[in-house]
Design a binder for this molecule. Structure first.
Ligand code: SF4
Length: 325
């Protein structure tokens, strides 16, 4: 990977610090800027995806997180399945998923996920979960069973997992999941470390970084991916520092998207970051050496994940070819 020269990097940072690049929010109820609005989902594909998820009793983060891209993704029959139930043991200030005591793990779920991937004809699937601090392994074995069911049922489908941090049981959990060989391992840092106590109080920034580093240490061939939301009150230089921390952990793919407040009870949007600022973040991240960067107001971890997986493979092939030349 060719990194930008220090002078080029300094000039990108200076450009990104220019004025007028965010739309500050001063009131409680604000109209979203034009670049955030999306159409209501009405397509046949949307209805079919929804019916399939209901029939197989699967939860999706698309619905639970009230994702703005659901109309576009489900029309194309791309859904991100959320395993281990729809109740989370944490209460992050940005997240719309219910908090409480989760139900028993559904033993049919791994095969149902695989059946959904087969019926939807997915080339690439993203699987995530709620936090399950109540389970001895944090839910790691369910991720492994889902990967195994997918490999049996639809071997051509590439697999991306987006896991929780497996607090206090990370090493064993990651080791078992990596041994099942997903194609992409994603774990989101979500925000800058200064905002963790209010935004992600149950988690530790450096523990999350260590998780991603552990994946690479066990199997460098697995692509690692992480993302943050912006608009929560972070400073630009803090975002740049997160990028440096991610590169130190050898993370391949960075996603940056606008935080949107799911309900008035959740953390407020502090500013709507403009598309120009997202572009500036992307330029800086590329200069810092990420294999791939997705940075736009509507970027989410799983948005266009199939296309981005193909791009990541190409980027790695080019990198290897350049290293040999
Ligand atoms: S971006 Fe991800 S979470 Fe949102 S609708 Fe698309 S697949 Fe679902």
């Amino acid at each position: 990977m060719r990194l930008a020269s220090p002078a080029r990097l300094a000039s990108l940072v200076a450009e990104s610090m220019g004025s007028g690049m965010t739309a500050p929010v001063q009131t409680d109820r604000v109209r979203k800027p034009d670049w955030i609005r999306v159409k209501a989902p009405t397509s046949v594909g949307f209805a079919e995806t929804k019916a399939l998820m209901r029939r197989l009793s699967l939860n999706t983060v698309c619905e639970e997180a009230a994702c703005p891209n659901i109309g576009e993704c489900w029309t194309k029959k791309h859904a991100t399945v959320m395993i281990l139930g729809d109740v989370c043991t944490r209460a992050c200030a940005f997240c719309n998923v219910k908090t409480g005591m989760p139900r028993k793990v559904d033993t049919n779920e791994p095969q149902h996920v695989a059946d959904a991937a087969a019926e939807l004809g997915l080339k690439h699937i993203v699987i995530t979960s709620v936090d399950r601090d109540d389970l001895p392994d944090g839910g790691a074995s369910q991720f492994v069973k889902v990967i195994e069911a997918l490999r049996r049922t639809t071997p051509e489908t590439t697999i991306e997992i987006l896991t929780p941090d497996f607090r206090n049981k990370m090493e064993k959990a990651v080791e078992s999941i990596v041994a099942a060989r997903p194609d992409v391992y994603n774990h989101n840092l979500e925000t800058v470390p200064r905002l963790y106590p209010t935004i992600r109080p149950g988690a530790r920034y450096y523990a999350s970084l260590r998780l991603l580093e552990t994946v690479k240490r066990h199997d460098p061939s697995i692509f690692t991916k992480s993302g943050i939301m912006v608009g929560l009150g972070e400073q630009r230089l803090e975002v740049h520092q997160v990028m440096d921390d991610m590169r130190s952990a050898d993370i391949d793919f960075l996603t940056i998207g606008q935080y949107l407040q799911p309900t008035p009870k959740h953390a407020k949007v502090m500013d709507f970051v403009t598309p120009q600022t997202f572009d500036a973040y992307a330029a800086i991240a590329r200069a810092k050496g990420f294999l791939l960067v997705a940075s736009s107001p509507l970027t989410r971890s799983s948005y266009h994940a199939d296309r981005d997986f193909a791009l990541m493979q190409q980027a790695r092939a080019t990198q290897l070819a350049n290293a040999k030349a």
